[in-house]
Design a protein around this ligand. Structure first.
Ligand SMILES: [Zn+2]
Length: 384
């Protein structure tokens, strides 16, 4: 306790404007759930894993830390709890991707470096300044979470610029209520009705060979007729109908859809939904439940672990970023620059005051996290 009192001038009470890090080490991917827990510097409010906190003491001479340890609560009912499947392509909002995590017990203590002297928290024996500062750190919203969980929702559909004055040809075309087929091939699914001439054509070919034969989009390229509706997505209330605008290259809203359909004799009050809309398809792909789409179908892929085989957790829409990072850090220049030729400690030593904002530090952290194998071990946890 005397040691703590002697270092009281090194403890700061956080101001509302301070960024407080308490979820992840700024030079590694250690968290309060890691074996050694996480140490929050009570002067700079930066966080460090057990292996790295001494580097911070060397560099900053800040001796007082809040040590946070989270350990998983035993949950006997866990096996029975169903996983909630997202219904919206979104993060952090109702219906979107959420973190479904088991519960954790959290414990705190005050640790004074370099000897790692530990003092219990909470405790009435602690100096008031320390109690106040630690309470504020615990209650504060973490800087990491502020960034990560900023809500994100896929763009809402816009009203098409081509809907209100769409020219429809008086060509006598009548579209039957069922039994559709592409006019140019044998496809009977993923069919699009062009709202200008009533032509029914198949959709785009997808990267995995599924989908259509591109006949609808080719028809647009020849005719420039802008709007098409996906057959099988039209229902009596027209709510979910999937209208695509080729010139706008997006799913759009057509406020005159009822009128545009009746032009071709379509009685939508009797139609039923038989196909997924583009938005549903996107969501379906993002939930990744069918691994055959992503992996070599029909082959037994063996999970790999160890250096260079570290996966990145998907936040719902971050798989694109993750794959770019995986590719970058499989190339020699990146491996050499940020892993072989630069240690974490060296990057930290030359990093600016806030290492979380230092590009070289963060690239080095990512390289070491992915290439060291430290975070690549067989896991039982379900990751969406
Ligand atoms: Zn076709």
């Amino acid at each position: 306790m005397d040691l703590l009192r002697a270092n009281l001038h090194k403890v700061r009470i956080p101001e509302p404007t301070n960024r407080i890090h308490k979820d992840e080490c700024c030079v590694s991917f250690d968290t309060p759930r890691s074996e050694g827990g996480l140490y929050v510097d009570m002067n700079s409010f930066l966080a460090f894993g057990r292996d790295h906190v001494a580097w911070n003491f060397e560099k900053s001479e800040n001796p007082v830390y809040l040590h946070i340890v989270q350990r998983r609560k035993p949950d006997p009912e866990e096996a029975d709890r169903p996983l909630k499947k997202p219904t919206l392509l979104a993060i952090g909002v109702e219906g979107g991707f959420t973190e479904q995590e088991p519960e954790y017990d959290v414990t705190f203590e005050i640790v004074v470096l370099p000897e790692f002297i530990s003092l219990p928290f909470p405790s009435v024996d602690l100096p008031e300044k320390v109690r106040l500062a630690v309470d504020k750190v615990i209650l504060a919203e973490s800087a990491d979470r502020k960034q990560q969980l900023a809500s994100w929702v896929a763009d809402k559909k816009k009203i098409s610029a081509h809907a209100m004055d769409l020219q429809q040809l008086d060509n006598g075309v009548i579209v039957p209520p069922s039994g559709w087929k592409c006019s140019k091939c044998d496809k009977t699914e993923n069919l699009w009705l062009n709202l200008t001439d009533g032509m029914i054509l198949c959709g785009r070919k997808l990267w995995d060979g599924s989908g259509g034969n591109n006949h609808a989009v080719e028809h647009y390229q020849q005719t420039k007729y802008p709007l098409a509706v996906k057959l099988g997505t039209i229902t009596a209330d027209l709510e979910g109908a999937d209208v695509y605008s080729y010139p706008e290259d997006d799913s759009v809203e057509d406020p005159l859809l009822a009128h545009h359909l009746s032009h071709f004799g379509i009685d939508f009050s009797s139609l039923q939904k038989t196909e997924m809309t583009t938005a549903e398809r996107e969501l379906d792909h993002n939930t990744n439940y069918d691994w055959n789409r992503l992996q070599e179908s029909g082959k037994d892929a063996e999970p790999l672990y160890g250096p260079g085989y570290t996966g990145l957790v998907n936040l719902g829409n971050s798989c694109y970023m993750a794959s770019v990072m995986q590719v970058m850090f499989s190339t020699h220049p990146f491996i050499s620059r940020y892993f072989e030729k630069q240690s974490l400690k060296a990057a930290f030593a030359i990093s600016q005051a806030d290492p979380t904002l230092d590009l070289n530090m963060q690239m080095t952290k990512l390289a070491h996290g992915m290439l060291s194998g430290k975070y690549s071990a067989p896991t039982q946890e379900v990751i969406i």
